[in-house]
Write a protein that binds this ligand. Structure first.
Ligand SMILES: O=C(O)CCC(=O)C(=O)O
Ligand SMILES: [Fe+2]
Length: 321
C-alpha cells in the first residue's frame, strides 16, 4: 500500500495533466482552427477523441449549448479518449495495456483515428470559438464592474485589451487509481487579468486555498456557471485591493475530468504596476512595475516543475519595506 507523502505530492502533477490544446486568441480574429491543427492534439492522435468532452453550457448562450450537445459522446467513446502522455503517468496510473484491460483505452485503426481527428477538430473548433467569444465579452463586462468597484471610470481598463495574449486551454485529467499520489495541477495563481473557467459539470477536482487556515476547499461544480479567477495582474493594478486566489486540481480514481480555462491577458508590451489613481502617501505602491511579456515568457519557459525551484512570481516585484 503506497503511503501518502504530501511533500512529494506537489511535484507529481505534471504526470497527470494532459493539455489537449492551447489556443492563442487574436484580438480581432479567432484563429482557433489553424492553431488547433498545429497543437499537440494532432501530433498525439491518442489524445484526440474528445467528442465526449463535457463542455459546460448555459451562461454562454444557445450557441454554446449546441456545442455542448455536439461534444457529448457515448460513454464508450468517452472511455476511448483516455491515453497516457508519458512514463510518469504510467507509473502511477497504469500503462496503455493496463488501461486497455480496464476498458479505459481502446485500440483504433489509423484510418479511424484520422476520421475521428477531423470530426473532433471541426466540432471542437466551433465550440472553442463560441466559448472564447462569450468569455471575451464576459471579461470586458467584468472589468467594467471591477473598475467601478475601485471608484474608477468604467472604461479604465479598456486600453489594456488591445493586442491581447489571451488564450484558451483544453485540459484533460484522466482517472488515476492512486489519486492521493498525484495532483492534476499543482498549486498556483493565475498570472493574467481574469480566468473564465468552464469546469466539468459533474466531476469536481478544483480546490482553492482558504486564506484563514490554509485549508484546500473543493469548488463544487455548478452546472451552467463559470468559475472566475482574479489574476495576479488585477492584484497589482488594484494595489492588493483584489487578491488572486491560490488553487490546484486533484484527480479522481474513477472519472476523467475536463476543464476549459479562458485566460484573459494583456499585450506583451504591457507594463504592469499599481494604478496611479489608487496610490498616494497613505497607500504607496506595493509593487514595482514589470513587463508582462517578459514575466509571462520567463514563467512559461522555466522548468521549475522538474527542478523543484521557485518559478517567477508576481511576489518578486513586491516592494519590501
Ligand atoms: O482544471 C481546472 O479546474 C483548473 C485549471 C487551472 O487552474 C489552470 O489551467 O490554470
Ligand atoms: Fe489556474
Amino acid at each position: 500500500m503506497a503511503t501518502f507523502n504530501p511533500g512529494k505530492m506537489e511535484l507529481r502533477y505534471m504526470y497527470t495533466l494532459m493539455i489537449l490544446a492551447t489556443i492563442q486568441i487574436q484580438w480581432d480574429r479567432f484563429e482557433v482552427e489553424r492553431l488547433l491543427e498545429s497543437s499537440p492534439v494532432t501530433e498525439k492522435p491518442k489524445w484526440v477523441k474528445l467528442a465526449s468532452m463535457a463542455f459546460p453550457g448555459g451562461t454562454g448562450g444557445s450557441g454554446e449549448r449546441r456545442a455542448t450537445a455536439e461534444l457529448h459522446g457515448s460513454s464508450a467513446s468517452r472511455r476511448r479518449s483516455v491515453g497516457g502522455p508519458d512514463g510518469g503517468w504510467q507509473r502511477f496510473c497504469g500503462g496503455a495495456a493496463e488501461r486497455e484491460k480496464r476498458g479505459e483505452r481502446k485500440r483504433v485503426s489509423g484510418r479511424e483515428r484520422e476520421k475521428e481527428r477531423g470530426d473532433w477538430l471541426s466540432r471542437a473548433t466551433e465550440a472553442c470559438e463560441e466559448f472564447a467569444q462569450e468569455a471575451q465579452k464576459l471579461c470586458t463586462k467584468l472589468m467594467e464592474l471591477i473598475a467601478l468597484s475601485l471608484g474608477l471610470p468604467t472604461q479604465r481598463f479598456s486600453g489594456f485589451f488591445k493586442d491581447q495574449t489571451t488564450s484558451l486551454k483544453l485540459n484533460h485529467y484522466p482517472p488515476c487509481p492512486i489519486p492521493n499520489l498525484a495532483l492534476g495541477l499543482g498549486r498556483h495563481k493565475d498570472s493574467g487579468i481574469l480566468t473564465v473557467l468552464a469546469q466539468d459539470d459533474h466531476v469536481g477536482g478544483l480546490q482553492v486555498k482558504r486564506k484563514t487556515d490554509g485549508e484546500w476547499i473543493l469548488v463544487k461544480p455548478t452546472p451552467d456557471a463559470y468559475v472566475i479567477n482574479v489574476g495576479q495582474i488585477i492584484q497589482v493594478w488594484s494595489n492588493d485591493r483584489y487578491e488572486s486566489v491560490e488553487h490546484r486540481v486533484i484527480v479522481n480514481s474513477e472519472k476523467e475530468r475536463f476543464s476549459i480555462p479562458f485566460f484573459f491577458r494583456p499585450a506583451y508590451y504591457t507594463m504592469v504596476k499599481p494604478l496611479e489613481e489608487l496610490i498616494d502617501e497613505q497607500n504607496p505602491a506595493k509593487y514595482r512595475a514589470y513587463n508582462w511579456g517578459k514575466f509571462y515568457t520567463t514563467r512559461k519557459g522555466s522548468n521549475f516543475r522538474k527542478l523543484d525551484v521557485e518559478n517567477i512570481q508576481m511576489e518578486h516585484f513586491r516592494v519590501t519595506k
